[in-house]
Design a protein around this ligand. Structure first.
Ligand SMILES: NC(=O)C1=CN([C@@H]2O[C@H](COP(=O)(O)OP(=O)(O)OC[C@H]3O[C@@H](n4cnc5c(N)ncnc54)[C@H](O)[C@@H]3O)[C@@H](O)[C@H]2O)C=CC1
Ligand SMILES: O=C(O)[C@H]1O[C@H](OP(=O)(O)OP(=O)(O)OC[C@H]2O[C@@H](n3ccc(=O)[nH]c3=O)[C@H](O)[C@@H]2O)[C@H](O)[C@@H](O)[C@@H]1O
Length: 464
């Protein structure tokens, strides 16, 4: 029986390896983490992350061929293939602070593999890393290999998006596997190909060299984020001219060379990866003495910051240039729908800015807890402290509760339950201060219908 170990039971390690266990009942999958609380949650009825379809998959295989544990060493010892799926956040201090990826977790995990392994392993870089990280991992592993133990290293970046992780993993556009172009490298690559092709058509499993594979992951995220920044830049022109950003996106997206996806204007992209990975690419470009390339990719992040600021300025301007003591209902705090993840969510920037303008914010998100919201708003660098958050932020249990008595309602996340078919906007209007304003940062509402009710509506990428 093949044994797989996954180091890192997070948003990637958990779902991606649970799907392997679900698809391959004859493979033993052990997902390990140093975080006891996280592992306890994976072993409980309430999994630590919300992802549609994940519960079914975990509950079907847990205790059979899918295990969650904090015993990292034992899982490494038992494994034939080891996925390294630890976090690679942006460095906060030291060289490259604010841009480079912090590879400390990768290094610790790699050293652990080197120290405790008693048999040969295929080590798979699943985390998103700067190009050539596999070289450092290899150096650490090779320093510990002997004639009895060898380590082969593969790059197998993950392309799942949160909220659709299970369908992305079950039916991916492609799986990418990079290896050293040596006979041993190809043999290791084939072993991983053999796992994925158990449920993914062969032609979708792409193989290439290690460095191309590592760079492709950063490139894919940069290209996706660039489309959003491009449509968001156009949304500013739309607001100033009377063009409608949804119409412009449709007109452009029907060109088969452009395509319709990732052209939805928004309050700004969030999530743990787009900004981090672009900054990582910027840093790499700078290190390679390519300042023009660095500046080009940096502008994607700059435009995203601008979009978030532009939207908050529009809120303040529309509310007669002051939000002091005004109640603003914020619907949605997660960085996108169908996830409870708030990392880099645009809502955090919006809240921080509005708190500094002395607004009172009533937040409702179906999957984000009050504790998480408060933690996010008091993180160093966000610009708001605990006292300010306690004074200015109320976390509500429903959209209706958040909107009651509010001067304005802001849509931050595109949850389906905020759509017109699901919320009674007449009831909301009746409960709000007048004039009642709506700021649609996700283009999910029918502005003309809302205006019929009596709302004053402001939508990203549309002028009145
Ligand atoms: N979140 C996402 O949707 C995607 C993330 N990625 C990439 O995947 C990687 C992981 O991301 P997430 O799963 O979101 O991070 P995460 O923070 O949710 O999970 C990482 C886990 O690794 C654990 N960990 C760190 N060092 C460890 C060690 N030495 N031994 C055992 N456990 C250790 C942490 O405790 C944590 O639970 C990152 O490089 C990210 O860029 C790639 C595609 C999608
Ligand atoms: O490396 C990663 O972490 C992942 O990053 C993104 O996935 P994710 O961040 O989970 O979610 P997306 O659907 O890409 O959305 C990212 C942000 O962009 C925003 N967005 C997305 C699409 C769009 O048209 N407009 C837009 O504003 C979303 O609301 C969200 O805030 C990529 O889509 C995944 O392929 C990748 O694996």
């Amino acid at each position: 029986m093949v044994n797989i170990c996954c180091i890192g039971a997070g948003y990637v390690g958990g779902p991606s390896c649970a799907v392997i266990a679900y698809q391959c009942h004859d493979i033993n999958v052990t997902i390990v983490d140093l975080n006891q609380a996280r592992i306890d949650a994976w072993n409980s009825d309430h999994l630590p992350i919300y992802e549609p379809g994940l519960d079914e998959i975990v509950f079907a295989r847990r205790g059979k061929n899918l295990f969650f544990s904090t015993n990292v060493d034992q899982a490494i010892i038992d494994a034939d293939l080891i996925f390294v799926s630890v976090n690679t956040p942006t460095k906060k201090t030291g060289m490259g602070a604010g841009m480079a990826a912090d590879l400390a977790y990768i290094e610790t995990a790699t050293r652990r593999i080197a120290q405790v392994s008693t048999t040969s392993k295929i080590v798979i870089e699943k985390s998103t890393v700067p190009c050539r990280t596999a070289q450092s991992m290899r150096t650490i592993l090779e320093a510990n290999s002997s004639k009895d133990i060898r380590f082969d290293i593969l790059s197998n970046p993950e392309f799942l998006a949160e909220g659709t992780a299970i369908s992305d993993l079950t039916n991916p556009d492609r799986v990418l596997i990079g290896c050293l172009q040596t006979p041993e490298g190809f043999a290791a690559q084939q072993k991983l190909v053999d796992v994925y092709t158990r449920w993914i058509p062969k032609e979708r499993v792409i193989t290439m060299n290690l460095w191309s594979s590592e760079l492709s992951k950063l490139a894919a995220n940069a290209l996706l984020a660039q489309r959003i920044s491009s449509i968001n830049a156009l949304s500013a022109i739309c607001e100033a001219t009377g063009a409608d950003v949804d119409e412009v996106a449709y007109a452009c997206g029907t060109d088969s060379r452009i395509g319709p996806k990732f052209l939805k204007a928004s309050v700004g992209f969030g999530g743990s990866c787009f900004q981090k990975d672009i900054l990582n690419l910027v840093y790499l470009s700078e290190q390679l003495f390519l300042p023009e390339v660095a500046a080009y990719w940096k502008s994607v992040v700059t435009m995203n910051e601008y979009q978030k600021m532009r939207f908050t300025h529009r809120i303040v301007r529309t509310l007669f240039n002051t939000v002091t003591n005004k109640r603003i209902a914020m619907l949605g705090f997660a960085f996108k729908k169908d996830t409870g993840d708030t990392r880099e969510s645009a809502a955090i920037t919006l809240c921080s800015y509005l708190i500094q303008e002395h607004a009172r914010i009533a937040i409702y998100d179906p999957k984000v807890s009050a504790k998480q919201i408060k933690m996010d708003l008091t993180e160093p660098g966000v610009g708001t402290n605990e006292a300010e958050v306690d004074k200015h932020v109320q976390v509500c249990q429903s959209a209706y509760e958040a909107c009651a008595g509010a001067d304005a309602l802001v849509i931050c996340t595109e949850w389906d339950e905020f759509k017109m078919q699901q919320l009674d906007y007449q009831k909301i209007y009746d409960s709000m201060q007048k004039p009642a304003f709506i700021f649609d940062g996700r283009l999910i509402l029918d502005a003309p219908k809302l205006r019929e009710i009596g709302f004053k509506v402001e939508t990203i990428g549309k002028s009145i």
